[in-house]
Design a protein around this ligand. Structure first.
Ligand SMILES: [Fe+2]
Length: 385
């Protein structure tokens, strides 16, 4: 805890209701002339692409777009977009959407300047030079991808998720406008909101946590747990949406620096083998990983309970710590996110293969506050079933 730490984030963060108004001036500051937007069909259908495109065209930018990003974008897709962007001479990229569109934008940015194939950069710190400038406009409150240096892509042939991690993936500008999240349906608000909460919790108790990230994580836990129920129940409640946007942004800033842990590690195989959405997969593992972790960070768990609005007065540290886990699960249940593997039709027989895949996610497991063996991981999946 007393060692050297490093803290990095996006070049600039603009947050608030109506922040989208700053898009034109920010694009100009970055020298943008020909601007390319990367998004998905849902965003196009909701009219958000048209709105963003309109703002840019009105301010004199030439605008192109790709609106077919799919979840966990295939490597072929990003390589094709990069080729088109390069040939047509676009000089600024805008990632508009959830984590997938933003991750695709990061990958395209470095591919245009560094050249392909993307496989050369899978891993940590393998990108050689900065990419095209990027502005990220998140439309969900969840992944925090607008402020992380990570892009997760899918190798369709190898059926593998691949991650590129590099400081060159940090956005030049993240514009976080809660207005963009208003049309997100309750189910996606719930899943992505749980992902954001879990970023905050896992980064708070992570081995790499430091004084900077701890403050940010704890405040994010407070904001998210205090507003997620309302955001799910009443999507047009702008105060709840604001708190979710801010909480998810802060959780992203914290976990970009402190990392996440075993919840994310053990959730990955659920996505890979059963195509469970990321936030839901994390929620399925949450209680059981936290029950395992609690002995390693009792005082921090007590602080989480407090941040989640639990009254811990007069309780022993052990009782207070347990309250944190109870509060996490109550929240998931209130907003209808499942917390048992059997609820999403995963057979018990799948556990050995899940554990085998989970134990390999060493980048995240090594940051978990308590060491896990294959036996521990098998037990956690069994408890979660
Ligand atoms: Fe996540």
């Amino acid at each position: 805890m007393n060692g050297i730490f490093n803290f990095s984030t996006a070049g600039s963060i603009i947050m608030g209701v109506g922040a989208l108004k700053k898009l034109g001036s920010e694009a100009r500051k970055l020298g943008g002339k020909k601007v390319f937007i990367i998004t998905d069909e849902g965003i196009a259908k909701a009219g958000i692409l048209e709105k963003v495109k309109g703002i840019l065209e009105k301010e004199g930018f030439e605008v192109g777009y790709f609106d077919k990003v799919i979840p966990e974008p295939p490597i072929d897709t990003v390589e094709d977009i990069a080729e088109a962007v390069k040939q047509d001479g676009y000089n600024l990229l805008i990632g508009l959407g959830g984590g997938s569109s933003i991750d695709a934008t990061k990958a395209v940015s470095i591919l245009v300047t560094n050249g392909g194939p993307i496989d050369k950069y899978v891993g940590t710190n393998l990108v050689e030079k900065p990419g095209l400038p990027t502005i990220m406009l998140p439309t969900t409150s969840g992944t925090g991808s607008e402020v992380t240096p990570i892009a997760i892509l899918t190798d369709v042939k190898e059926e593998l998720k691949k991650g590129v991690v590099s400081p060159y993936l940090y956005a030049d500008v993240a514009i976080v406008d809660p207005n963009l999240t208003i049309t997100v349906p309750p189910k996606i608000t719930a899943n992505t909101g749980m992902d954001a909460l879990i970023h905050a919790i896992e980064s708070y108790i992570a081995k790499k946590a430091n004084k900077f990230t701890e403050c940010i994580s704890l405040e994010a836990i407070k904001l998210i747990s205090g507003s997620l129920r309302t955001a799910v129940a009443d999507g047009e409640n702008i105060e709840a949406r604001y708190n979710m946007s801010l909480g998810s942004l802060m959780a992203g800033v914290a976990f970009a620096n402190a990392g996440v842990g075993a919840v994310h590690a053990l959730a990955y195989p659920l996505g890979g083998q059963f195509h469970i959405p990321h936030g839901m997969a994390n929620t399925l593992m949450l209680r059981y990983v936290m029950e395992y972790n609690v002995v390693s960070r009792m005082e921090k768990f007590a602080k989480i309970a407090e941040a989640m609005g639990e009254n811990i007065e007069g309780l022993s540290i052990r009782e207070a710590a347990q309250k944190a886990i109870d509060a996490m699960i109550a929240l998931a249940e209130d907003i209808g996110v499942p917390t048992k593997l059997r609820e999403v039709d995963i057979p018990e027989a799948a556990i050995p293969k899940l554990a085998e895949a989970g134990v390999k996610v060493t980048r995240l497991l090594s940051n978990n506050p308590r060491v896990l063996t294959l036996e521990d991981i098998t037990q956690i999946y069994t408890n979660a079933w």
